[in-house]
Design a protein around this ligand. Structure first.
Ligand code: GLN
Length: 283
């Protein structure tokens, strides 16, 4: 029962519970209490002594318990901000990360008429590019039908419903098509790395996180297939692990890419690499 529990007390109890976890207690409790009460943090702070309603209290307790067990806030709220928009997210898709915004920014530097995203997940990259380039043709593939349901929903909400979402492994659904730009944030965490078994990532799809060959398998598959799916002078941009820059650059060079460059993320890690094909058509 919520008998007499005020908004301020609910907030404090939430923070106390989450203090024992790796969660960022203050921020997470703010989000969860907003979701449970429908009141913004500013509204709650203006009336801290107001009692929380019975329904909101029950909702808050349920969300807190799930967060306590480690479920990511994005899955609890069902949404996550990315660049200047918000995406629906479920546990069928990787939660969009700030690192991936660097990939979009790099890709946007050179306009492209035909764009392919591989492993689109929530659709965040394809949607960002389609919104920036309304006249572009954007195709996006994913091997998870559940992920494509989420991506399609996001595209519709965000006015990017021209994106053609295709079910299948990497290039398989678009064989025979060529593009001016290929982008991907594929799984790149190695088989032995502990991260997917820790913290919030435990709740994310394995398929979106882990790859064989020390995390390089999907990146290599994408680079190897790229010349066959790019027009002359076509570009590629890929997100990768902090220590995979040298391997990705080497692989790009081995498959005909030039002007290869790497961008760092806000933590200073090499995170996004890309290049451009030569001007002569590739097989
Ligand atoms: N950057 C993510 C992480 O470290 C991994 C995303 C990916 O594998 N594409 O959790």
């Amino acid at each position: 029962m919520s008998d007499g529990v005020t908004l301020a007390q609910a907030q404090r109890r939430g923070v106390e519970l989450l203090a024992a976890t790796p969660a960022d207690a203050d921020i997470d409790v703010d989000w969860l209490l907003t979701a449970a009460t429908g009141l913004s943090a500013a509204q709650r702070r203006a009336h801290p002594e107001d009692p929380i309603t019975e329904t909101a209290w029950r909702r808050f307790q349920a969300l807190l318990q799930r967060r306590y067990r480690g479920e990511p806030v994005a899955y609890l709220l069902g949404r996550r901000g990315f660049l200047d928009f918000e995406l629906v997210v479920t546990s069928a898709v990787l939660i969009p990360r700030p690192e991936t915004e660097h990939l979009v920014e790099a890709a946007l530097e050179t306009p492209a008429a035909r764009v392919l995203e591989l492993g689109t997940g929530s659709g965040c990259i394809a949607i960002a590019l389609a919104r920036a380039w309304p006249a572009a043709t954007v195709d996006a593939t994913d091997c998870s039908a559940e992920a494509l349901t989420v991506a399609t929903q996001n595209a519709a909400i965000l006015g990017a419903d021209g994106i053609r979402f295709r079910l299948g492994d990497w290039y398989e659904p678009v064989s025979g098509s060529r593009y001016n730009l290929i982008v991907a944030n594929p799984p790149y965490i190695g088989e032995q790395a502990p991260e997917p078994d820790q913290g919030d990532a435990r709740f994310e799809p394995r398929l979106a996180l882990r790859a064989e060959e020390s995390g390089l398998a999907a990146l290599r598959t994408i680079i190897v297939g790229a010349p066959r799916h790019l027009e002359p002078a076509g570009r590629i941009w890929l997100e990768h692990g902090y220590d995979q820059g040298p391997a990705v650059r080497e692989c790009l060079a081995a498959h005909g890419f030039q002007a290869i460059e790497t961008r760092r993320d806000l933590a200073g890690h090499e995170r996004v690499s890309g290049g451009r094909l030569g001007d002569t058509p590739h097989e």
